[in-house]
Design a protein around this ligand. Structure first.
Ligand code: OOB
Length: 550
Protein backbone atom coordinates (compact mmCIF):
# COMPACT_ATOMS: atom_id res chain seq x y z
CA UNK A 1 0.00 0.00 0.00
CA UNK A 2 1.32 3.44 -0.89
CA UNK A 3 2.99 5.22 2.03
CA UNK A 4 3.72 1.98 3.92
CA UNK A 5 7.30 0.70 4.21
CA UNK A 6 7.15 -3.06 3.72
CA UNK A 7 9.24 -5.58 5.64
CA UNK A 8 12.13 -6.70 3.39
CA UNK A 9 11.24 -10.04 1.74
CA UNK A 10 13.91 -12.05 3.59
CA UNK A 11 12.53 -10.88 6.95
CA UNK A 12 8.92 -11.49 5.93
CA UNK A 13 9.88 -14.98 4.79
CA UNK A 14 11.58 -15.69 8.13
CA UNK A 15 8.61 -14.44 10.18
CA UNK A 16 6.28 -16.62 8.13
CA UNK A 17 8.53 -19.67 8.29
CA UNK A 18 8.70 -19.35 12.07
CA UNK A 19 4.92 -19.21 12.26
CA UNK A 20 4.75 -15.68 13.70
CA UNK A 21 2.70 -14.38 10.82
CA UNK A 22 -0.49 -16.29 10.12
CA UNK A 23 -1.28 -14.53 6.82
CA UNK A 24 -4.90 -14.05 7.72
CA UNK A 25 -6.78 -10.77 8.06
CA UNK A 26 -7.15 -9.78 11.71
CA UNK A 27 -10.91 -9.67 11.20
CA UNK A 28 -10.96 -13.33 10.20
CA UNK A 29 -8.90 -14.21 13.27
CA UNK A 30 -11.16 -12.19 15.56
CA UNK A 31 -14.29 -13.64 14.02
CA UNK A 32 -13.00 -17.08 14.85
CA UNK A 33 -12.59 -16.02 18.49
CA UNK A 34 -16.17 -14.70 18.51
CA UNK A 35 -17.46 -18.03 17.24
CA UNK A 36 -15.32 -20.17 19.52
CA UNK A 37 -16.35 -18.29 22.65
CA UNK A 38 -19.97 -17.73 21.53
CA UNK A 39 -21.93 -17.82 24.79
CA UNK A 40 -19.15 -16.50 27.00
CA UNK A 41 -19.28 -12.90 28.13
CA UNK A 42 -17.11 -10.61 26.00
CA UNK A 43 -18.11 -7.29 27.58
CA UNK A 44 -19.31 -7.23 31.18
CA UNK A 45 -19.49 -3.48 31.77
CA UNK A 46 -21.23 -1.04 31.13
CA UNK A 47 -23.37 -3.43 29.05
CA UNK A 48 -23.28 -7.22 29.02
CA UNK A 49 -22.62 -8.82 25.64
CA UNK A 50 -21.71 -12.37 24.82
CA UNK A 51 -19.23 -13.04 22.06
CA UNK A 52 -22.10 -14.19 19.85
CA UNK A 53 -24.02 -10.95 20.44
CA UNK A 54 -20.97 -8.82 19.88
CA UNK A 55 -20.22 -10.65 16.65
CA UNK A 56 -23.80 -10.30 15.46
CA UNK A 57 -23.79 -6.56 16.07
CA UNK A 58 -20.35 -6.02 14.52
CA UNK A 59 -21.25 -8.12 11.50
CA UNK A 60 -24.45 -6.16 10.88
CA UNK A 61 -22.56 -2.93 11.29
CA UNK A 62 -19.92 -4.13 8.83
CA UNK A 63 -22.55 -4.88 6.19
CA UNK A 64 -24.14 -1.44 6.62
CA UNK A 65 -20.74 0.23 6.37
CA UNK A 66 -19.93 -1.76 3.26
CA UNK A 67 -23.13 -0.50 1.67
CA UNK A 68 -22.01 3.01 2.65
CA UNK A 69 -18.78 2.54 0.74
CA UNK A 70 -16.41 1.41 3.49
CA UNK A 71 -14.37 -1.66 2.61
CA UNK A 72 -10.82 -2.95 2.38
CA UNK A 73 -8.27 -0.11 2.82
CA UNK A 74 -10.94 2.49 3.63
CA UNK A 75 -9.76 4.57 6.55
CA UNK A 76 -11.67 5.82 9.57
CA UNK A 77 -10.55 8.34 12.17
CA UNK A 78 -11.83 6.98 15.48
CA UNK A 79 -12.44 9.61 18.13
CA UNK A 80 -14.40 7.58 20.68
CA UNK A 81 -14.08 7.09 24.43
CA UNK A 82 -14.17 3.65 26.08
CA UNK A 83 -17.70 2.71 25.04
CA UNK A 84 -19.07 -0.58 23.68
CA UNK A 85 -19.53 1.06 20.26
CA UNK A 86 -15.76 1.39 20.03
CA UNK A 87 -15.41 -2.38 20.28
CA UNK A 88 -18.20 -3.03 17.78
CA UNK A 89 -16.75 -0.55 15.33
CA UNK A 90 -13.23 -1.95 15.72
CA UNK A 91 -14.51 -5.45 14.98
CA UNK A 92 -16.66 -4.28 12.07
CA UNK A 93 -13.73 -2.43 10.51
CA UNK A 94 -11.57 -5.52 10.87
CA UNK A 95 -14.27 -7.65 9.24
CA UNK A 96 -14.14 -5.18 6.35
CA UNK A 97 -10.37 -4.78 6.12
CA UNK A 98 -10.86 -1.05 6.75
CA UNK A 99 -8.26 0.82 8.76
CA UNK A 100 -9.11 2.72 11.96
CA UNK A 101 -6.78 5.53 13.04
CA UNK A 102 -6.78 5.75 16.81
CA UNK A 103 -7.03 9.23 18.27
CA UNK A 104 -7.67 10.25 21.87
CA UNK A 105 -10.98 11.70 23.09
CA UNK A 106 -8.92 14.70 24.24
CA UNK A 107 -7.69 15.51 20.74
CA UNK A 108 -9.08 18.64 19.13
CA UNK A 109 -9.13 20.39 15.79
CA UNK A 110 -5.37 20.71 15.36
CA UNK A 111 -5.02 16.94 15.57
CA UNK A 112 -8.29 15.62 14.14
CA UNK A 113 -8.46 17.91 11.09
CA UNK A 114 -4.88 16.98 10.28
CA UNK A 115 -5.47 13.22 10.47
CA UNK A 116 -8.73 13.33 8.52
CA UNK A 117 -6.88 14.94 5.62
CA UNK A 118 -3.60 13.09 6.08
CA UNK A 119 -5.14 9.64 5.70
CA UNK A 120 -7.94 10.93 3.46
CA UNK A 121 -10.48 9.46 5.87
CA UNK A 122 -13.66 7.93 4.51
CA UNK A 123 -15.32 8.17 7.90
CA UNK A 124 -14.93 9.80 11.28
CA UNK A 125 -16.40 8.28 14.46
CA UNK A 126 -17.53 10.39 17.44
CA UNK A 127 -19.75 9.95 20.50
CA UNK A 128 -23.18 11.67 20.42
CA UNK A 129 -22.21 13.12 23.76
CA UNK A 130 -19.34 12.70 26.13
CA UNK A 131 -18.35 15.07 28.92
CA UNK A 132 -18.91 18.74 28.30
CA UNK A 133 -17.42 18.86 24.80
CA UNK A 134 -19.90 19.08 21.92
CA UNK A 135 -18.61 16.30 19.65
CA UNK A 136 -21.44 16.68 17.13
CA UNK A 137 -20.80 20.38 16.57
CA UNK A 138 -17.11 19.54 16.33
CA UNK A 139 -17.80 16.82 13.74
CA UNK A 140 -19.75 19.32 11.63
CA UNK A 141 -16.75 21.62 11.71
CA UNK A 142 -14.36 18.81 10.78
CA UNK A 143 -16.60 17.78 7.90
CA UNK A 144 -16.87 21.32 6.64
CA UNK A 145 -13.11 21.83 6.74
CA UNK A 146 -12.05 18.50 5.26
CA UNK A 147 -10.71 18.20 1.71
CA UNK A 148 -13.14 15.30 1.31
CA UNK A 149 -15.91 15.35 3.96
CA UNK A 150 -15.92 12.02 5.82
CA UNK A 151 -19.07 10.14 6.73
CA UNK A 152 -19.69 10.77 10.44
CA UNK A 153 -20.35 7.65 12.50
CA UNK A 154 -22.05 8.52 15.76
CA UNK A 155 -21.96 6.32 18.85
CA UNK A 156 -25.44 6.96 20.22
CA UNK A 157 -28.16 8.93 18.50
CA UNK A 158 -27.20 10.69 15.27
CA UNK A 159 -28.57 14.14 14.39
CA UNK A 160 -30.55 14.49 11.18
CA UNK A 161 -27.64 16.10 9.27
CA UNK A 162 -26.68 14.72 5.93
CA UNK A 163 -23.60 12.54 6.22
CA UNK A 164 -24.25 11.47 9.83
CA UNK A 165 -25.29 7.91 10.76
CA UNK A 166 -25.72 6.19 14.12
CA UNK A 167 -23.37 3.28 14.78
CA UNK A 168 -25.64 2.10 17.54
CA UNK A 169 -28.65 1.97 15.30
CA UNK A 170 -26.78 0.28 12.44
CA UNK A 171 -25.57 -2.47 14.77
CA UNK A 172 -29.21 -3.23 15.61
CA UNK A 173 -30.91 -3.05 12.24
CA UNK A 174 -30.76 -5.83 9.66
CA UNK A 175 -28.89 -4.58 6.58
CA UNK A 176 -29.98 -5.06 2.96
CA UNK A 177 -26.69 -6.63 1.97
CA UNK A 178 -26.60 -10.36 2.71
CA UNK A 179 -23.98 -11.86 5.08
CA UNK A 180 -22.21 -13.30 2.06
CA UNK A 181 -21.24 -9.73 1.08
CA UNK A 182 -18.43 -9.89 3.64
CA UNK A 183 -17.11 -13.22 2.43
CA UNK A 184 -15.46 -12.17 -0.78
CA UNK A 185 -13.56 -9.10 0.41
CA UNK A 186 -10.00 -8.91 -0.74
CA UNK A 187 -7.97 -8.17 2.39
CA UNK A 188 -4.17 -8.36 2.23
CA UNK A 189 -2.69 -9.46 5.61
CA UNK A 190 0.37 -7.32 4.88
CA UNK A 191 -1.79 -4.19 4.70
CA UNK A 192 -2.27 -2.03 7.77
CA UNK A 193 -5.14 -3.15 10.00
CA UNK A 194 -4.78 -0.17 12.29
CA UNK A 195 -3.06 3.21 12.33
CA UNK A 196 -1.60 4.05 15.71
CA UNK A 197 -0.13 7.43 16.64
CA UNK A 198 3.48 7.75 17.69
CA UNK A 199 4.51 9.33 20.95
CA UNK A 200 6.57 11.30 18.49
CA UNK A 201 9.04 14.07 18.77
CA UNK A 202 8.77 15.85 15.45
CA UNK A 203 5.74 18.08 15.15
CA UNK A 204 2.37 16.38 15.15
CA UNK A 205 2.52 12.66 16.07
CA UNK A 206 3.31 10.41 13.14
CA UNK A 207 1.02 7.67 11.87
CA UNK A 208 2.13 4.10 12.52
CA UNK A 209 0.81 1.43 10.16
CA UNK A 210 0.47 -1.94 11.95
CA UNK A 211 -0.20 -4.88 9.66
CA UNK A 212 -2.79 -7.64 10.14
CA UNK A 213 0.09 -10.09 10.46
CA UNK A 214 2.01 -8.15 13.06
CA UNK A 215 -0.95 -6.96 15.12
CA UNK A 216 -2.53 -10.39 15.55
CA UNK A 217 0.85 -11.81 16.50
CA UNK A 218 1.73 -9.05 18.96
CA UNK A 219 -1.37 -9.49 21.15
CA UNK A 220 -1.20 -13.27 20.92
CA UNK A 221 2.39 -13.44 22.09
CA UNK A 222 2.18 -10.95 24.94
CA UNK A 223 -1.18 -12.45 25.96
CA UNK A 224 0.51 -15.81 26.42
CA UNK A 225 2.76 -14.22 29.08
CA UNK A 226 -0.08 -12.58 30.96
CA UNK A 227 -1.76 -15.53 32.74
CA UNK A 228 -5.17 -14.96 31.13
CA UNK A 229 -7.85 -17.51 31.99
CA UNK A 230 -11.30 -17.73 30.44
CA UNK A 231 -13.06 -16.41 33.55
CA UNK A 232 -10.80 -13.39 33.83
CA UNK A 233 -11.85 -9.77 33.49
CA UNK A 234 -9.70 -6.95 32.16
CA UNK A 235 -10.41 -3.40 33.27
CA UNK A 236 -9.96 -1.00 30.33
CA UNK A 237 -9.35 2.34 32.00
CA UNK A 238 -6.77 3.97 29.71
CA UNK A 239 -8.01 5.30 26.35
CA UNK A 240 -8.95 2.09 24.54
CA UNK A 241 -7.46 2.99 21.16
CA UNK A 242 -3.97 3.12 22.64
CA UNK A 243 -1.83 0.19 21.63
CA UNK A 244 -1.49 -0.93 25.26
CA UNK A 245 -5.18 -1.46 26.16
CA UNK A 246 -6.11 -2.44 22.61
CA UNK A 247 -3.53 -5.09 21.85
CA UNK A 248 -0.63 -5.30 24.30
CA UNK A 249 -2.17 -7.58 25.60
CA UNK A 250 -5.40 -5.61 25.91
CA UNK A 251 -8.80 -6.23 24.42
CA UNK A 252 -7.42 -8.39 21.61
CA UNK A 253 -5.70 -10.90 23.89
CA UNK A 254 -8.64 -11.09 26.28
CA UNK A 255 -10.92 -11.84 23.34
CA UNK A 256 -8.52 -14.48 22.04
CA UNK A 257 -8.63 -16.21 25.44
CA UNK A 258 -12.43 -15.88 25.71
CA UNK A 259 -12.26 -13.68 28.81
CA UNK A 260 -14.23 -10.45 29.46
CA UNK A 261 -13.50 -6.77 29.37
CA UNK A 262 -15.00 -4.03 31.56
CA UNK A 263 -14.95 -0.54 30.09
CA UNK A 264 -14.77 2.68 32.06
CA UNK A 265 -14.74 6.11 30.45
CA UNK A 266 -12.53 7.60 33.14
CA UNK A 267 -9.72 6.17 35.25
CA UNK A 268 -10.84 8.30 38.23
CA UNK A 269 -10.44 6.23 41.41
CA UNK A 270 -14.10 6.24 42.49
CA UNK A 271 -15.34 4.87 39.15
CA UNK A 272 -12.46 2.49 38.47
CA UNK A 273 -12.41 0.96 41.94
CA UNK A 274 -16.19 0.49 41.95
CA UNK A 275 -15.97 -1.46 38.68
CA UNK A 276 -12.99 -3.50 39.89
CA UNK A 277 -15.10 -4.56 42.84
CA UNK A 278 -18.40 -5.09 41.03
CA UNK A 279 -16.95 -7.02 38.06
CA UNK A 280 -14.35 -8.95 40.09
CA UNK A 281 -11.65 -7.58 37.78
CA UNK A 282 -8.55 -9.81 37.57
CA UNK A 283 -6.27 -7.78 35.28
CA UNK A 284 -5.41 -4.10 35.22
CA UNK A 285 -3.60 -2.30 32.44
CA UNK A 286 -2.60 1.06 33.74
CA UNK A 287 -0.09 3.82 33.53
CA UNK A 288 1.64 4.50 36.87
CA UNK A 289 -0.14 7.88 37.10
CA UNK A 290 -3.47 6.04 37.40
CA UNK A 291 -2.24 3.68 40.08
CA UNK A 292 -0.76 6.59 42.03
CA UNK A 293 -4.14 8.33 41.96
CA UNK A 294 -5.84 5.14 43.20
CA UNK A 295 -3.25 4.63 45.95
CA UNK A 296 -3.81 8.21 47.13
CA UNK A 297 -7.60 7.92 47.07
CA UNK A 298 -8.96 8.42 50.57
CA UNK A 299 -11.69 5.79 50.09
CA UNK A 300 -9.45 3.10 48.62
CA UNK A 301 -10.06 0.79 51.58
CA UNK A 302 -13.86 0.94 51.03
CA UNK A 303 -13.41 -1.15 47.88
CA UNK A 304 -12.68 -4.84 47.63
CA UNK A 305 -9.52 -5.34 45.60
CA UNK A 306 -8.87 -9.02 46.19
CA UNK A 307 -9.97 -10.20 42.73
CA UNK A 308 -6.99 -8.53 41.00
CA UNK A 309 -4.22 -10.99 40.07
CA UNK A 310 -2.13 -9.19 37.47
CA UNK A 311 -1.33 -5.50 37.19
CA UNK A 312 0.30 -4.48 33.91
CA UNK A 313 1.77 -1.06 34.00
CA UNK A 314 3.43 0.69 31.10
CA UNK A 315 3.86 3.96 29.29
CA UNK A 316 6.05 5.68 31.82
CA UNK A 317 8.59 4.86 34.52
CA UNK A 318 7.12 2.79 37.35
CA UNK A 319 9.24 3.26 40.45
CA UNK A 320 10.10 0.22 42.56
CA UNK A 321 8.63 1.91 45.65
CA UNK A 322 5.31 2.47 43.86
CA UNK A 323 5.26 -1.16 42.72
CA UNK A 324 5.64 -2.28 46.33
CA UNK A 325 2.83 0.04 47.45
CA UNK A 326 0.67 -1.26 44.61
CA UNK A 327 1.16 -4.88 45.63
CA UNK A 328 0.33 -3.94 49.22
CA UNK A 329 -2.91 -2.30 48.08
CA UNK A 330 -3.86 -5.23 45.80
CA UNK A 331 -2.93 -8.13 48.08
CA UNK A 332 -3.40 -10.96 45.56
CA UNK A 333 -1.75 -9.21 42.61
CA UNK A 334 1.64 -9.27 40.99
CA UNK A 335 2.85 -6.18 39.23
CA UNK A 336 4.10 -7.02 35.74
CA UNK A 337 5.64 -4.02 34.04
CA UNK A 338 5.33 -3.58 30.29
CA UNK A 339 7.71 -1.44 28.29
CA UNK A 340 6.02 -0.87 24.98
CA UNK A 341 5.53 1.50 22.14
CA UNK A 342 2.88 2.01 19.50
CA UNK A 343 5.70 1.41 16.99
CA UNK A 344 5.77 -2.24 18.02
CA UNK A 345 8.42 -3.66 20.33
CA UNK A 346 7.10 -4.96 23.62
CA UNK A 347 9.03 -5.95 26.69
CA UNK A 348 7.36 -7.46 29.72
CA UNK A 349 8.55 -8.74 33.08
CA UNK A 350 7.69 -12.42 33.40
CA UNK A 351 5.30 -13.39 36.18
CA UNK A 352 7.78 -16.02 37.35
CA UNK A 353 10.74 -13.64 37.41
CA UNK A 354 12.03 -13.30 40.99
CA UNK A 355 10.13 -10.55 42.80
CA UNK A 356 13.21 -8.25 42.95
CA UNK A 357 13.59 -8.53 39.17
CA UNK A 358 9.90 -7.74 38.60
CA UNK A 359 10.19 -4.79 40.93
CA UNK A 360 13.39 -3.39 39.48
CA UNK A 361 12.98 -3.91 35.76
CA UNK A 362 10.61 -3.13 32.90
CA UNK A 363 10.94 -6.66 31.45
CA UNK A 364 12.54 -8.11 28.36
CA UNK A 365 11.41 -8.57 24.75
CA UNK A 366 8.60 -11.03 24.08
CA UNK A 367 9.83 -12.64 20.85
CA UNK A 368 13.14 -14.44 20.23
CA UNK A 369 13.31 -12.56 16.91
CA UNK A 370 13.03 -9.15 18.54
CA UNK A 371 16.47 -7.75 17.76
CA UNK A 372 17.23 -5.31 20.52
CA UNK A 373 20.49 -3.42 21.04
CA UNK A 374 21.65 -0.58 23.23
CA UNK A 375 23.95 1.78 21.36
CA UNK A 376 26.03 4.90 22.02
CA UNK A 377 26.06 8.20 20.14
CA UNK A 378 28.04 6.63 17.30
CA UNK A 379 25.68 3.71 16.95
CA UNK A 380 28.14 1.26 18.56
CA UNK A 381 26.81 -1.29 21.02
CA UNK A 382 27.55 -0.35 24.64
CA UNK A 383 29.09 -2.89 27.01
CA UNK A 384 26.80 -4.97 29.15
CA UNK A 385 25.35 -3.01 32.04
CA UNK A 386 26.00 0.38 30.39
CA UNK A 387 23.26 2.79 29.38
CA UNK A 388 22.54 3.09 25.69
CA UNK A 389 19.81 4.05 23.26
CA UNK A 390 17.42 1.22 22.50
CA UNK A 391 17.23 0.32 18.83
CA UNK A 392 15.01 -2.51 17.66
CA UNK A 393 13.70 -4.51 14.76
CA UNK A 394 11.44 -7.54 14.68
CA UNK A 395 8.28 -9.25 13.46
CA UNK A 396 5.86 -6.68 14.87
CA UNK A 397 7.96 -3.48 14.83
CA UNK A 398 7.26 -1.00 12.06
CA UNK A 399 9.73 -0.34 9.23
CA UNK A 400 8.57 3.20 8.62
CA UNK A 401 5.93 5.77 9.56
CA UNK A 402 3.08 6.25 7.12
CA UNK A 403 3.84 8.73 4.33
CA UNK A 404 6.80 10.28 6.18
CA UNK A 405 10.02 9.70 4.20
CA UNK A 406 12.04 12.52 5.83
CA UNK A 407 11.17 11.41 9.35
CA UNK A 408 11.86 7.80 8.41
CA UNK A 409 15.35 8.71 7.21
CA UNK A 410 16.13 9.91 10.73
CA UNK A 411 14.08 7.48 12.82
CA UNK A 412 15.44 4.27 11.27
CA UNK A 413 18.95 2.99 10.66
CA UNK A 414 19.79 2.00 7.09
CA UNK A 415 19.32 -1.64 8.08
CA UNK A 416 15.83 -1.04 9.39
CA UNK A 417 16.29 -0.64 13.14
CA UNK A 418 13.85 1.74 14.79
CA UNK A 419 15.82 4.29 16.85
CA UNK A 420 13.59 4.61 19.89
CA UNK A 421 15.21 7.55 21.66
CA UNK A 422 14.81 5.63 24.95
CA UNK A 423 17.84 5.09 27.18
CA UNK A 424 17.98 1.66 28.78
CA UNK A 425 20.41 -0.50 30.71
CA UNK A 426 20.51 -4.25 30.98
CA UNK A 427 19.97 -5.67 34.46
CA UNK A 428 22.08 -8.73 35.41
CA UNK A 429 18.89 -10.83 35.05
CA UNK A 430 18.75 -10.03 31.32
CA UNK A 431 15.74 -7.76 31.80
CA UNK A 432 16.01 -4.04 31.08
CA UNK A 433 15.79 -0.92 33.19
CA UNK A 434 14.56 2.34 31.65
CA UNK A 435 17.02 5.09 32.57
CA UNK A 436 15.69 8.05 30.60
CA UNK A 437 15.39 9.21 27.04
CA UNK A 438 17.09 11.43 24.53
CA UNK A 439 13.95 12.29 22.59
CA UNK A 440 12.41 15.71 22.86
CA UNK A 441 9.07 15.03 24.47
CA UNK A 442 7.18 15.29 27.72
CA UNK A 443 5.65 12.12 29.17
CA UNK A 444 2.59 13.39 31.03
CA UNK A 445 1.03 10.47 32.85
CA UNK A 446 1.93 8.18 29.95
CA UNK A 447 0.66 10.55 27.23
CA UNK A 448 3.54 11.74 25.11
CA UNK A 449 3.69 15.37 24.05
CA UNK A 450 6.08 16.45 21.34
CA UNK A 451 7.89 19.58 22.54
CA UNK A 452 8.32 20.73 18.96
CA UNK A 453 4.59 20.56 18.24
CA UNK A 454 3.84 22.94 21.13
CA UNK A 455 6.86 25.18 20.53
CA UNK A 456 5.89 25.72 16.89
CA UNK A 457 2.46 26.91 17.95
CA UNK A 458 3.74 29.11 20.75
CA UNK A 459 6.18 30.81 18.40
CA UNK A 460 3.21 32.13 16.46
CA UNK A 461 2.21 34.20 19.51
CA UNK A 462 3.31 37.82 19.10
CA UNK A 463 4.78 38.05 22.62
CA UNK A 464 6.99 34.98 22.15
CA UNK A 465 10.43 35.57 20.69
CA UNK A 466 11.92 32.18 21.54
CA UNK A 467 10.50 29.17 23.34
CA UNK A 468 11.76 25.89 24.67
CA UNK A 469 9.41 23.34 26.23
CA UNK A 470 10.86 20.85 28.73
CA UNK A 471 9.56 18.24 31.17
CA UNK A 472 9.13 19.25 34.80
CA UNK A 473 8.86 16.54 37.46
CA UNK A 474 5.43 15.95 38.97
CA UNK A 475 4.57 13.59 41.85
CA UNK A 476 1.27 12.44 40.29
CA UNK A 477 1.77 12.50 36.53
CA UNK A 478 5.52 11.89 36.44
CA UNK A 479 6.04 14.94 34.23
CA UNK A 480 4.25 18.04 33.09
CA UNK A 481 5.35 20.54 30.47
CA UNK A 482 7.13 23.76 31.36
CA UNK A 483 7.59 26.45 28.70
CA UNK A 484 10.69 28.64 28.90
CA UNK A 485 10.00 31.79 26.94
CA UNK A 486 12.17 34.69 25.83
CA UNK A 487 9.51 37.38 25.42
CA UNK A 488 9.16 39.93 22.67
CA UNK A 489 7.97 43.22 24.22
CA UNK A 490 5.39 42.87 27.01
CA UNK A 491 5.90 39.38 28.55
CA UNK A 492 2.98 36.99 28.03
CA UNK A 493 1.17 35.19 30.86
CA UNK A 494 0.59 31.44 30.99
CA UNK A 495 -3.15 32.10 30.59
CA UNK A 496 -2.57 34.09 27.41
CA UNK A 497 -0.40 31.34 25.98
CA UNK A 498 -2.86 28.57 26.78
CA UNK A 499 -5.73 30.64 25.35
CA UNK A 500 -3.64 30.97 22.20
CA UNK A 501 -3.10 27.19 22.05
CA UNK A 502 -6.81 26.52 22.63
CA UNK A 503 -7.77 28.91 19.86
CA UNK A 504 -5.53 26.93 17.54
CA UNK A 505 -7.26 23.71 18.52
CA UNK A 506 -4.42 22.00 20.39
CA UNK A 507 -5.57 19.25 22.78
CA UNK A 508 -5.66 20.54 26.35
CA UNK A 509 -3.33 17.88 27.79
CA UNK A 510 -0.54 19.23 25.58
CA UNK A 511 -0.65 22.73 27.05
CA UNK A 512 2.34 23.80 29.15
CA UNK A 513 1.43 24.07 32.81
CA UNK A 514 4.17 26.42 33.87
CA UNK A 515 5.79 29.40 32.24
CA UNK A 516 9.32 30.59 32.97
CA UNK A 517 10.32 33.92 31.46
CA UNK A 518 14.02 34.30 30.69
CA UNK A 519 16.24 36.73 28.80
CA UNK A 520 18.21 34.08 26.98
CA UNK A 521 18.67 30.32 26.71
CA UNK A 522 21.77 28.38 27.69
CA UNK A 523 23.46 27.36 24.43
CA UNK A 524 25.82 24.55 23.57
CA UNK A 525 29.13 25.37 21.85
CA UNK A 526 27.27 24.64 18.58
CA UNK A 527 24.60 27.20 19.42
CA UNK A 528 21.86 24.67 20.23
CA UNK A 529 19.51 25.32 23.14
CA UNK A 530 20.60 23.12 26.04
CA UNK A 531 17.25 21.69 26.99
CA UNK A 532 18.82 19.42 29.60
CA UNK A 533 20.08 22.52 31.44
CA UNK A 534 16.57 24.05 31.37
CA UNK A 535 15.02 20.76 32.51
CA UNK A 536 17.50 20.50 35.39
CA UNK A 537 16.76 24.12 36.34
CA UNK A 538 13.01 23.61 36.54
CA UNK A 539 13.47 20.29 38.36
CA UNK A 540 15.59 22.06 40.98
CA UNK A 541 13.03 24.86 41.31
CA UNK A 542 10.17 22.39 41.72
CA UNK A 543 12.13 20.38 44.33
CA UNK A 544 12.92 23.53 46.29
CA UNK A 545 9.31 24.69 46.23
CA UNK A 546 8.00 21.34 47.43
CA UNK A 547 10.62 21.37 50.21
CA UNK A 548 9.62 24.84 51.32
CA UNK A 549 5.95 23.80 51.31
CA UNK A 550 6.67 20.66 53.38
C1 OOB B 1 3.24 3.00 25.20
O1 OOB B 1 3.29 3.40 23.90
P1 OOB B 1 3.55 4.88 23.38
O2 OOB B 1 3.77 4.74 21.93
O3 OOB B 1 2.48 5.80 23.87
O4 OOB B 1 4.89 5.38 24.06
C2 OOB B 1 6.11 4.70 23.91
C3 OOB B 1 7.15 5.29 24.82
C4 OOB B 1 8.43 4.51 24.88
O5 OOB B 1 9.26 4.79 23.79
C5 OOB B 1 8.97 5.02 26.20
O6 OOB B 1 9.52 6.29 26.05
C6 OOB B 1 7.73 5.14 27.07
O7 OOB B 1 6.66 5.31 26.17
N1 OOB B 1 7.47 3.94 27.88
C7 OOB B 1 8.02 3.71 29.09
C8 OOB B 1 7.49 2.47 29.51
N2 OOB B 1 6.64 2.01 28.56
C9 OOB B 1 6.63 2.93 27.58
N3 OOB B 1 8.90 4.40 29.82
C10 OOB B 1 9.27 3.87 31.03
N4 OOB B 1 8.81 2.69 31.48
C11 OOB B 1 7.92 1.95 30.77
N5 OOB B 1 7.46 0.79 31.24
O8 OOB B 1 3.44 3.76 26.13
C12 OOB B 1 2.95 1.55 25.41
C13 OOB B 1 2.58 0.75 24.35
C14 OOB B 1 2.32 -0.60 24.56
C15 OOB B 1 2.42 -1.12 25.83
C16 OOB B 1 2.78 -0.32 26.89
C17 OOB B 1 3.05 1.03 26.69
Amino acid sequence: MEGVTPFPPEFAARYRAKGYWGDRPLGEVMREWMRTHGERLAICHPVRRTYAELDRRAERLARHLLALGIGPRSSVVVHLPNVPEFVELYLALQYLGAIPLMTLPAHREHEIAHYVDFIDADAYAVPASFGSFDFLAFARKIRAGASRPPLVLVAGEAPGDEGFVSLTELAEREPDLPPSALAGLDIDPDDPCVFQLSGGTTGIPKVIPRSHNDYAYNSHLIGSLNDIRPDDVLLVAAPIGHNFPLASPGVQAFFEWGASIALVTTPRPAEALAVIEACRVTHLEVVPAMIIAWLNYERLSDHDRTSVRVINSGGQKYQRETKLQTEAAFPNAKVQEVFGMAEGLLMIARLDDPAEVRHETAGRPICPDDEVYLVDELGERVSEGEIGELICRGPYTLRGYFKAPEVNARAFSPDGFYLSGDLLRMHPSGNYIVEGRKKDLVNRGGEKISAEEVEDMLLAHTAVKMVSCVPMPDPLLGERMCAYVVPRGEPPTLEQLTAHLSSRGLARFKHPERLELVEEFPLSPFGKVQKNVLAARIAAAVAEQSLSRA
